[in-house]
Design a protein around this ligand. Structure first.
Ligand code: HEM
Ligand code: HEM
Length: 190
């Protein structure tokens, strides 16, 4: 079976799946890196981990922009007819929240970095990124840092609910919702 790039009424296209699972994998690495790096002893050697965290975080932000951009041209498949209206509405609100957090988490990190203005922010050491505050902003520093941490934990919570919902689809409703988001979906017999 061919794997179309675009989604259609019954399945997710290859690109939508690739965005979904690449972002999930990078978020796992990035969240772990963030939690570990802030616990490391404050020595100059930790700077490299912070720099990696910032570049990877900006990469996730870029992927979120591309993903949402693609989504405008690539309407999602229909929900299974067995889902009630409130379930569909709940899923929509959950997905909108996940998209919002995919932007809010890296943007708050970037805002914190701009507010502290310790070092220039250069994406993977190649692309100089603008300051979101136009120089140090001591008043914003603590707010942005708190926001970054709390938005991250909100993302963890919403994503956990989302993953649990996917498992309910698979094992309770026994519909195609999880299967059609998985990387390989070949035509099956029976
Ligand atoms: C989706 C992307 C991101 C995720 C999931 C993420 C996650 C995290 C987490 C879990 C922490 C530890 C929070 C704590 O326990 O104190 C953290 C800290 C931090 N993040 Fe991110 N982050 C992301 C993007 C970014 C970006 C784009 C930047 C900057 C350009 C950034 C800058 C920082 C900094 C500077 C800290 C250390 C804060 C401190 O000193 O306590 N993050 N991040
Ligand atoms: C941080 C982790 C995750 C994020 C940010 C995330 C985000 C999203 C978003 C925004 C959508 C909506 C796609 C759209 O309508 O454009 C979606 C769909 C989906 N996600 Fe995730 N996801 C995450 C983790 C997971 C995990 C772990 C699973 C599986 C256990 C999963 C399974 C699915 C499925 C099955 C769909 C399609 C739902 C449908 O057809 O309505 N996701 N995800």
């Amino acid at each position: 079976m061919t794997m179309p790039l675009k989604s259609d009424a019954t399945r997710w296209g290859t690109l939508a799946k690739a965005f979904h699972w690449t972002i999930v994998a990078l978020l796992l690495v990035q969240g772990t890196l963030g939690l570990v790096m802030v616990e490391l002893p404050k020595k100059p050697s930790v700077i490299a981990w912070f720099t990696l965290h910032k570049s990877l975080g900006l990469t996730i932000l870029l992927l979120a922009v591309l993903r949402l951009g693609w989504r405008l041209f690539d309407p999602r498949p229909a929900e299974p007819a067995s889902m009630s209206r409130w379930q569909v509405a709940g899923a929509r609100v959950g997905h909108a929240l996940l998209y919002a957090l995919l932007f809010a988490v890296p943007l708050s990190g970037w805002l914190f970095d701009s507010a502290t203005a310790l070092r220039p922010l250069i994406w993977w050491g190649l692309v100089p990124m603008p300051s979101l505050t136009g120089g140090a902003a001591p008043g914003l520093k603590d707010i942005a840092k708190e926001a970054h941490e709390w938005l991250f934990w909100t993302l963890v919570l919403v994503a956990a609910g989302h993953a649990a919902a996917a498992l309910v689809h698979q094992f309770v409703n026994r519909d195609e919702v999880l299967r059609r988001m998985l990387p390989q979906r070949r035509s099956r017999i029976g």
